[in-house]
Design a protein. Structure first.
Length: 404
């Protein structure tokens, strides 16, 4: 570990990745690919999996990857083995202008000193810092991936979106979105359509099997019970409280259904309290954060995604890859995966009655549920693989690096 201080605008902690400190230059597809700096914020869930998949795939082609991320980020630890260097930056959650300027100057210093050829930003806040730094360092090759959109109902979010779009128009060479829905939102912000590409999240479909894995007895679930499950970070936008309300409605009519909630987050305690108040705590299992999702999915009879906002749900892809039928909110990129009556069922967001009704349809009709799961698996294997996501990202890099 090295400390880079002195005349720098902020202290930087540098971690070396693959055990080498000598720069290398590689030729890939006739283009000089040297150094790509990824700027990220702390990320959980789908965004974390997306970045892990991307870094592992790009490493195989010997891209020289650099990472700038907060020290507290589990993601930066996971990605470090695939990077040349990892730089610690402190993103201020309270949007302190002075701290933000220090981060921008630190990133600009990294870009200049490391002779970064292309900056790839992820998300909105880290994206704005990275894009401003690229401008300051006169780096003209910038790719931005937008994984989700801000809620623009508050004045602050509206202002943030306006600043984001202005900065992207003058600094970003090409924008990647993980769904058509996000691309449409960005078009409304006057971003040029010809500089945007949809690249869907991808997963390793070979990891997901229709059976096997953890047994129901491990969780105390009898074999004759149905299981409705979800995997999510427990925060308001994931809409888990509506799933619990739907569980209450289902439990009044059926005594043979368990609800498995996999994940952790700031809402866990309040959701557990909600389950107790609804009198369904015996039927709801909060299983916490798990890494072995492929082993858990065979437990599910139905996967539920009650989100209020989504970019493109990786859990949805994982559930379908396991042959599970999905009931999801009709928000964000979910309707691009879930085609009603073919790969799953869609319901209005924030509507527990509609969610309960759709879940009951599949509980009653096992043949329909199996058909939806089977067709969903075919769609994921064909269009949502990690190899497809990585190759299309490579294509964007090639295109941007060719531009004058």
């Amino acid at each position: 570990m090295l400390e880079a201080a002195g005349s720098s605008p902020a202290t930087l902690t540098i971690f070396f990745g693959r055990g080498e400190m000598t720069p290398r230059i590689f030729i890939f597809g006739g283009i000089l690919l040297t150094k790509i700096l990824h700027v990220i914020r702390p990320a959980q869930g789908g965004m974390k999996k997306h970045l892990e998949t991307l870094f592992q795939g790009l490493e195989q082609d010997r891209f020289d990857l650099y990472l700038a991320a907060p020290a507290s980020s589990d993601l930066s630890m996971a990605l470090r083995p695939f990077t040349r260097k990892t730089f610690v930056i402190e993103l201020d959650e309270n949007c302190n202008p002075l701290q933000n300027w220090r981060v921008i100057c630190s990133l600009a210093q990294i870009i200049r000193q490391e002779k970064i050829d292309l900056v790839h930003t992820h998300g909105v806040r880290a994206g704005m810092m990275g894009q401003a730094a690229a401008l300051l360092a006169r780096c003209r090759k910038v790719v931005a991936t937008i994984h989700n959109m801000h809620n623009t109902t508050s004045p602050f979010s509206t202002l943030l979106c306006a600043l984001q779009s202005s900065l992207m128009r003058i600094s970003v060479s090409h924008t990647i979105t993980v769904s058509e829905a996000i691309k449409c939102e960005l078009e409304k912000m006057w971003l040029p359509q010809e500089k945007m590409t949809v690249i869907y999240n991808g997963i390793d479909t070979d990891q997901f099997l229709p059976s096997g894995g953890i047994s129901r007895s491990t969780l105390g679930i009898p074999d004759n019970m149905s299981v409705i499950g979800t995997v999510a970070r427990l925060e308001p936008t994931k809409g888990i409280k509506y799933l619990l309300e739907a569980a209450y409605l289902i439990d009044k009519e059926y005594d043979s259904v368990y609800f498995l909630i996999v994940g952790d987050g700031p809402e866990r305690e309040s959701l557990q309290q909600q389950a107790r108040m609804l009198g369904i705590e015996e039927r709801v299992i909060f299983y916490g954060f798990r890494r072995d999702i492929p082993s858990l999915l065979p437990l599910f009879d139905i996967a539920a995604i009650p989100s209020l906002r989504e970019g493109l749900s990786i859990f949805c892809l994982e559930a379908l890859a396991s042959g599970r039928p999905v009931v999801a909110s009709a928000v964000g990129g979910l309707p691009e995966i879930i085609h009603p009556g073919k790969t799953g069922l869609l319901v209005p967001p924030g509507d527990p009655e509609a969610l309960a009704e759709a879940l009951v349809v599949l509980l009653k009709n096992r043949e329909m549920a199996a058909s939806l799961g089977s067709q969903g698996k075919e769609i994921v294997v064909q269009y949502f693989t990690c190899s497809n996501m990585i190759e299309r990202t490579r294509e964007i890099y090639r295109m941007v690096l060719r531009e004058d």
